[in-house]
Each structure stands twice: as C-alpha cells, then as structure tokens.
Design a protein around this ligand. Structure first.
Ligand code: ZN
Length: 149
C-alpha cells in the first residue's frame, strides 16, 4: 500500500466512523457550518476553559471528506490551546489550498497530512476546510454560523 492509498483509507475510515461525533453537554460555544456547493452541514460544539480547547464534538452529515476532516480535526485540537488550534487551522488551510506555509512557522499537521491530495480538486477544498472554518467561528464567536459561499 502506498502513501496515497493509506491516506484514502484513513479518510474513508473517519468518514464512515467519525470520532467525537455527537452532542457536548457542557459546550461553551457552538457553530454551524454549511457548504452549499456539496451539501455538507455540521454543527460543532466546543468547550473552552482557560484558553484551552478542553473538549470538542460535532454532528451533521456530508460527504466522506467533510466528515473525515471534522473527525480528524476534533482529534487534533482536543486539549490544545486556542491559539495553537488557530495556527493549525491556518496551516491546514495552506496545505489543502496548496499555498506555501510561508514564514516557516507552520504547525505540525501530523495525521492531517492525509488531506494533501485534496488540493488537486478545488471543489473538495471547501469540503475539507468546512470543519476548520466552523471551528474558527466557534472560537471567535460563541454562537456563530458560517458558510463556504
Ligand atoms: Zn463535501
């Protein structure tokens, strides 16, 4: 199995069995995300305490890429300081949009690198970044709503 197949496997796995899927009783903020181009919808619940993302969960429905991206995102940012989560958002966005990460201060993307292949499909970039835009909205406004359009 080459790296690309491994990446596809991971996206399919998270798309079918998303982690951190469901409600979060003690959320401090929530945000809705919608990607009308593909029909992806998600609701993100975040609990922030002392500047740290203590817990995060999501609900919703969409294509495998949007669900897998939300699933992997929740795993990546849980327990992370808010400013690091925002830095990861910017690095992830650069990765899938095929932009250079610029100043060399990009965050370590780890498993999120599985979305590298998305940059070849511009309409899929919105699927992959929906959860991240929604997270960004939740971290800056406790009751936000975003759309990729
Ligand atoms: Zn999609």
């Amino acid at each position: 199995m080459d790296l690309r197949e491994l990446y596809q496997e991971m996206i399919l796995d998270h798309g079918r069995r998303p982690r951190n899927f469901g409600l979060l009783e003690e959320a401090t903020s929530r945000a809705e995300g919608h990607n009308p181009l593909c029909g992806d919808r998600l609701q993100l619940h975040v609990r922030v305490e002392d500047g740290v993302v203590r817990d995060v969960a999501f609900e919703g429905a969409g294509c495998a890429i949007s669900v897998a991206s939300a699933s992997l995102m929740t795993q990546a940012v849980k327990g992370m300081p808010v400013d690091e989560a925002e830095r990861l958002f910017r690095s992830f966005h650069s990765l899938v949009a095929g932009e250079p990460s610029g100043d060399g201060n990009g965050a370590d993307l780890g498993k999120l690198e599985v979305f590298t292949g998305v940059r070849a499909f511009p309409t899929r970039v919105k699927c992959a970044t929906l959860a991240w835009h929604t997270l960004h909205a939740a971290l800056t406004d406790p009751d936000a709503s975003v759309t990729t359009e």
